[in-house]
Design a protein around this ligand. Structure first.
Ligand code: CU
Length: 489
């Protein structure tokens, strides 16, 4: 009796350790095909970045999903229109939340105003075409099919009507979550984000209605790589939000059609990642790879306040094609976890020490005033080395992300304000030529003379008002103004 008990305790302990290490990986697949359902429920569907309520411990049910396909015109980025084909009116399509053992009755409705037939392939379905073979539906019609959810996980759904790539490229994808029995562990915030690549006749930012470009799509030469269907869908006022101390879970999908996502949140580490949306959990992950037509569930606790930038770490996509999002975290700072800048100085590689700004040297230099052509030459070089990375080579900026310096009313109205921006950085909402920007320009660590030259060059270029900025003006601003507190707001 005694020995038997000891063995049982030992087994229990081992199981506990295994469970701790691998979480619910040790759940050997259960056969949910025989589980019976209770009652009938209409599924709550949500547009991104929201997700329906968790299933908690509800029993398996007959779940009715009413999905309406709509072909609608939307905006990819300011002034760029695109005709999206959508499941439920959004890109990605409505989020569907189920649990294992549910019997889903799927109603696919094709709005009478649409031009094309469509269908749906849900990766959560066990059956031919994932439902596609049973769901081809013409405009003004409805198709119904049923399936039972057998495997917990986060699955992509998409249209699979020829040309399949084109239907997906136009936004016909979304996520369906199949929760395990008893539901996923509760967290404070849940969000729905999906990456997609877009191919337009015009290049990035070219104005007007932009038709889909089949050649670029075949070459995988994307003009836009975005989260939730458009540039800026989760930045500025649309940012995801959380409070210090909360745990955030993102249901992250990739509709493709072509590109794989190197999903990363700058300044955070994923405490947990359900790799590829399945049962296996990896911990302490910096960047997780999300295949086209795949997903991941990422979770992390936010410990300090600030704006955390969400990117595809194939980084040109983030800064030049739109794959940027933001998570704004509010709450008290914790200087032990993150101190903010504790010292600012010039780094001299040779001496190997960090020194304070050499004020004297700066003033000495100022004694030899440059002529305007000298200032412009020096300013152009500096612009090409720093500012151009964000404001672009002709000062045209990037719609919704970096404001233009070309013909900028903000710039031309007030040189002191422009000097302040370069001296101390700029964040919060600014309006440039009627367009709102809400992003962060870091302070540019430049001397008075360098700032004077760069701004003189900027004022002299691209239709600006030719204000001449002198070192003395910058020096006066430096003395006048107090640096903006912190990097975020
Ligand atoms: Cu379609």
């Amino acid at each position: 009796m005694k020995t038997k008990f000891k063995i049982a305790a030992c087994v229990l302990a081992t199981t506990a350790i295994t469970a701790g290490l691998f979480s619910f990986r040790d759940n050997s697949p259960t056969d949910y095909s025989k589980i019976s359902v209770e009652g009938e429920t209409i599924a709550e569907l949500t547009a991104p970045p929201l997700v329906p309520k968790p299933i908690g411990n509800r029993a398996a049910t007959k779940l009715i999903v009413n999905m309406e396909i709509k072909e609608i015109e939307g905006e990819m980025v300011d002034g760029v229109k695109y005709t999206y084909w959508t499941f439920g009116g959004s890109v990605p399509g409505s989020f569907i939340r189920t649990r294992v053992g549910d019997e889903v009755e799927f109603h696919l409705k094709n709005h009478p105003d649409n031009k094309l037939p469509h269908n749906i392939d849900l990766h959560a379905v066990t059956g031919p075409g994932g439902g596609a073979t049973s769901s081809l539906v013409a405009p003004g019609h409805e198709k119904v099919f049923n399936f039972k959810t057998l495997n917990p996980g986060l699955y992509v759904y998409h249209c699979a009507t020829a040309p399949v790539g084109m239907h997906i490229a136009n936004g016909m994808y979304g996520l369906i979550l199949v929760e395990p029995e008893g539901g996923l562990p509760p967290v404070d915030r849940e969000y729905y984000v999906m990456q997609g690549d877009f191919y337009t006749k015009g290049k990035y930012g070219e104005q007007g209605l932009q038709p889909f470009d089949m050649d670029k799509a075949v070459k995988e030469d994307a003009d836009y790589v975005v989260f939730n269907g458009k540039v800026g869908s989760i930045t500025g006022d649309n940012s995801l939000t959380a409070k210090v101390g909360e745990t955030v879970r993102i249901y992250m999908g990739n509709g493709g059609p072509n590109l794989v996502s190197s999903f990363h949140v700058i300044g955070e580490i994923f405490d947990k990642v359900h790799i590829e949306g399945g049962d296996m959990i990896n911990k302490n992950v910096q960047t997780t790879l999300i295949p086209a037509g795949g997903s991941a569930i990422v979770e992390f606790k936010v410990d300090v306040p600030g704006t955390f930038i969400i990117v595809d770490h194939s980084i040109f996509r983030a800064f030049n094609k739109g794959a940027i999002g933001m998570l704004k975290v509010e709450g008290p700072a914790d200087k032990q976890i993150y101190s903010g800048t504790t010292q600012e100085g010039i780094y001299l590689a040779e001496g190997g020490t960090i020194q304070n700004m050499p004020k004297v040297k700066n003033e000495a230099k100022n004694l030899v005033a440059k002529t305007l052509p000298q200032q412009l030459k020096a300013g152009k070089e500096l612009f090409g080395g720093t500012c151009f990375a964000c404001h672009q080579s002709e000062g045209q900026g990037i719609p919704s992300v970096f404001p233009p310096l070309a013909k900028s009313d903000y710039l031309n109205a007030d040189p002191k304000r422009a000097i302040d921006a370069v001296l101390h950085g700029l964040s919060g909402e600014v309006k440039v030529n009627g367009k709102k920007f809400n992003n962060v320009m870091t302070s540019q660590n430049l001397t008075d003379e360098e700032i004077a030259n760069t701004l003189t060059y900027v004022y002299d270029s691209w239709g600006n008002n030719k204000t001449r900025v002198t070192s003395a003006m910058v020096k006066a601003q430096r003395a006048n103004s107090t640096p903006q507190s912190g990097g975020s707001h």
